[in-house]
Design a protein around this ligand. Structure first.
Ligand SMILES: *Cc1c(COP(=O)(O)O)cnc(C)c1O
Length: 369
């Protein structure tokens, strides 16, 4: 492969942070970079609580536990997402119920959520939580979603794995609900090669999550455990990498958005793009296009592949996944249709303008199967 979809963009800044940790002897899992990385991300969200974890998926798991999700509960989840969102619900022994997207943002439809909550009320069985995903670096329409959930006292988890640096009405992604989650996987907007973070407005919740993430060890000289914990903590060395990446976040967001603007200029007459509502300050994570007919994504993807260029289908909705067959859903066909006509184009922040132009030229080239 010559051009990847969204490869890590790291260099001397990150190397300096990692060398400092290395030279300071902070190779053991714990160390000062963890607290520093957490306070960087906490400051961005405006919340005091942040816990660095081994993955976004681990953060989602602990986020659901932190709002009280238990075995047998229902959790309403955006259907249009990566499987990690729904998997975390299952890790809790709970059942996901999938809510479809609105076409104006591709995120959870506030109207379908309201319909489902009304149905839950009629059946006298409220969900234990709602998990709302910020897809492709764009926030969901949180005002109506939070109003509906607040009215019923249902906690909301924001899966902002893809949306670090994005905003909603100027407010930071990750801090729009009761607890937020970021991912630093290798293909996200910043990376620790693998990692995640949970953010919370409550210092007590952060303490509890930190405790659960380090095997739930009681304060005693020997190893004393009163409940089952997890080994979900990020290592100090990776936190140092995260600090380096975080220091460049504004630059990385700016570059992703530039790349998107370039694609929009070059492909305006060939395909459409993910809609960006007025309230959305998206972070540009992945440029996602829509073709008029459903045969194009595969044809274009294979043509790019033949030139050593990686592109990807959009997330296949969870209500269409065999792993979640039989789960309840409230679906109106929106995410299925966007999935069927969509493709993610190479969007890494290290991509040059020339490479974007090369990809666009290949997407433009008329072809039939
Ligand atoms: C990447 C991603 C996750 C999982 O993050 P990992 O760090 O890979 O575990 C969860 N939800 C969404 C929407 C994601 O894109």
């Amino acid at each position: 492969m010559r051009i990847y979809l969204s490869p890590p963009d790291v260099g001397e800044v990150e190397r300096a942070f990692m060398n400092e940790a290395f030279d300071g002897g902070w190779i053991a899992p714990a160390g000062p970079d963890l607290a520093a990385f957490e306070s960087d991300v906490a400051a961005l969200t405006g919340w005091p609580g942040a816990v660095a974890l081994s993955s976004g998926t681990a953060a989602l798991h602990l986020a659901l536990l932190s709002v009280g999700v238990q075995p047998g509960d229902d959790v309403l989840v955006s259907s249009f997402t990566f499987s990690a969102s729904a998997n975390a619900v299952r890790y809790c022994g709970a059942e996901p119920v999938f809510i479809d997207s609105e076409s104006s943002s591709w995120n959870m439809s506030p109207a379908l959520l309201a319909d489902e909550l009304a149905e839950c009320r009629r059946r006298n069985r409220l969900p234990a939580a709602v998990m709302v995903v910020d897809l492709y670096g764009q926030c969901a329409d949180f005002d109506p979603i939070m109003a509906a959930c607040r009215e019923l006292g249902i906690p909301v988890v924001e899966d902002s794995a893809e949306a670090l640096g994005a905003t909603y009405h100027g407010r930071p992604a990750g801090a729009l609900a009761d607890v937020g989650v970021f991912s630093f996987n290798g293909n996200k907007i910043i990376t620790t090669s693998g990692g995640g973070m949970l953010v919370t407005p409550s210092v007590e919740v952060a303490e509890r999550v930190r405790y659960l993430s380090t095997q739930a060890r009681q304060p005693a000289p020997h190893y004393e455990h009163t409940e089952v914990g997890y080994n979900y903590r990020l290592s100090n060395l990776l936190a140092a990498l995260g600090r380096g990446q975080f220091s460049r976040l504004p630059e990385l967001v700016e570059r992703r958005r530039q790349i998107n603007s370039l694609y929009r200029e070059l492909l305006a007459d060939v395909c459409s793009f993910m809609p960006v509502p007025g309230w959305s300050g998206w972070n540009g994570w992945l440029t996602c296009v829509q073709f008029a007919d459903g045969s194009q994504p595969t044809i274009v993807r294979e043509a790019l592949l033949a030139e050593g260029i990686e592109s990807r289908p959009l997330w296949k909705p969870m209500h269409q996944q065999p792993a979640f067959a039989g789960c309840r859903n409230r679906v109106d066909g929106t995410s299925g249709s966007v999935f069927g006509r969509g493709l993610c184009l190479p969007s890494g922040s290290a991509l040059s303008d020339g490479e974007v132009a090369e990809v666009a030229a290949l997407v433009r080239r008329p072809r039939v199967r």
